[in-house]
Ligand binder design. Structure first.
Ligand SMILES: Nc1ncnc2c1ncn2[C@@H]1O[C@H](COP(=O)(O)OP(=O)(O)OP(=O)(O)O)[C@@H](O)[C@H]1O
Ligand SMILES: [Mg+2]
Length: 360
């Protein structure tokens, strides 16, 4: 690995995206940041209730709740409704994270991220209503194909880079990048979902959270950390998309952590030299050497040779051809999602955990 990087040296970069262009883009990101902070300082009122929706089927489940495909009866439009059970949130000590998730979703405004359309709460649950992304999880497509062609990984990876660059410009660390949380739009472009671990940070943070295979070494070592952890997980994602499996893998999480901290992995032989070079620059355990976390930030990705074919401005405006377009037959088509057993929606005559979620 190190050899490949050495062989390439600084010739791994091209001057495709100029400093001036990046400066202009930074001005745009600054505006998006101001918009985000305005929303953060605002207290939006809930605008809907459960009776406005008709639940259709379960799209996914997680530690804290269930996500339903739902139909908004007034407009006839389809949405994804994430229901978080208050009791689970309290038991798993995630009250603060649930407030963050709501406030962040309410403020997001970027083409490669989902956002909050409506939210509300009742006696048992908190509800987040998001645009329905009908093409399913990247995870499903990746497992079905085994691995992606590098052109596809590049197309998806470039959008993830723009999304992380946006989030970081808004002072947000994402902390849960993985194929399960990346959804494919009907256009073939991606949307990042699941802001359950996302947090506004000024300086460093210490919480251990994320998914074992995608954790950065500084999280495992309980060091204070910042945005660098998202760039690490980008490296893991680029590897997993093109290899079909993550770079640090074992059945026991402790073994995974040992491998991550050692920073040792092997790329499959079919990886191009450019991809090997890029990954080796990202999966640096030393954060002062990690691509994305250096002086030029995300610009270093835009000028890396592996991304040579990407026209970053066209990509941002969805004018770059997508490698795969899902076949969506109708707005409420859920055939790209796995089937789950129906769950019983709980009810309670009294409002549970009213105080804990008073400000929600
Ligand atoms: N906007 C959406 N459109 C379509 N499907 C969605 C959408 N949001 C989420 N899903 C589906 O639901 C699954 C679970 O949602 P999400 O990742 O937000 O919750 P979670 O995994 O329970 O959260 P956590 O990781 O915090 O436990 C996703 O992986 C995806 O399959
Ligand atoms: Mg998730």
């Amino acid at each position: 690995m190190a050899d490949d990087a050495k062989r390439y040296g600084s010739s791994a970069f091209i001057a495709g995206y100029s400093d001036a262009k990046q400066e202009q883009y930074n001005q745009y990101l600054k505006k998006l940041h101001r918009d985000f902070i305005d929303s953060w300082n605002d207290k939006p009122q809930d605008q809907a209730k459960l009776g406005d929706f008709e639940q259709q089927k379960i799209l996914g489940t997680g530690a804290f709740g269930v996500v339903y495909l739902t139909k908004h009866l007034i407009t006839g439009k389809y949405y994804a409704m994430k229901m978080l059970e208050k009791e689970n949130i309290v038991k798993l000590k995630q009250i603060e994270h649930s407030y963050y998730e709501k406030k962040i979703l309410c403020g997001l405004n970027f083409t490669f991220c989902v956002y909050m359309k409506y939210f509300f709460k009742d006696n048992v649950y908190l509800y987040f209503v998001l645009p329905y992304i009908a093409g399913g999880e990247m995870f499903t497509h990746l497992r079905k194909l085994g691995k992606f062609e590098e052109t596809s990984s590049k197309f998806y990876g470039a959008q993830v880079i723009l999304a992380l660059e946006y989030l970081h410009a808004c002072e947000l660390v994402y902390r849960d990048l993985k194929p399960e949380n990346i959804l494919i739009e009907r256009t073939g472009y991606i949307k990042i979902t699941d802001f359950g671990f996302c947090k506004l940070i000024r300086g460093r943070t210490w919480t251990l959270c994320g998914t074992p295979e995608y954790l950065a070494p500084e999280i495992i070592l309980s060091k204070g950390y910042g945005m660098s952890v998202d760039w690490w997980s980008l490296g893991v994602l680029l590897f997993e998309m093109s290899a079909g499996h993550p770079p640090f893998y074992a059945s026991d999480p402790m073994r995974i952590y040992e491998k991550i901290v050692a920073g040792k992995y092997r790329c499959p032989n079919h990886f191009s030299l450019e991809l090997k070079d890029l990954i080796s620059r990202i999966l640096q355990t030393d954060i002062t050497r990690r691509l994305g976390n250096l002086k030029s930030g995300a610009l270093d990705f835009k000028n890396h040779k592996w991304f040579r074919e990407i026209d970053w401005d066209s990509l941002l405006n969805s004018r770059f051809p997508a490698p795969f377009i899902p076949k969506i037959r109708s707005p409420g088509d859920s055939s790209y999602f796995e089937s789950y057993e129906e769950e019983k929606i709980k009810e309670s005559p009294i409002c549970l955990y009213e105080e804990e979620f008073a400000d929600f």
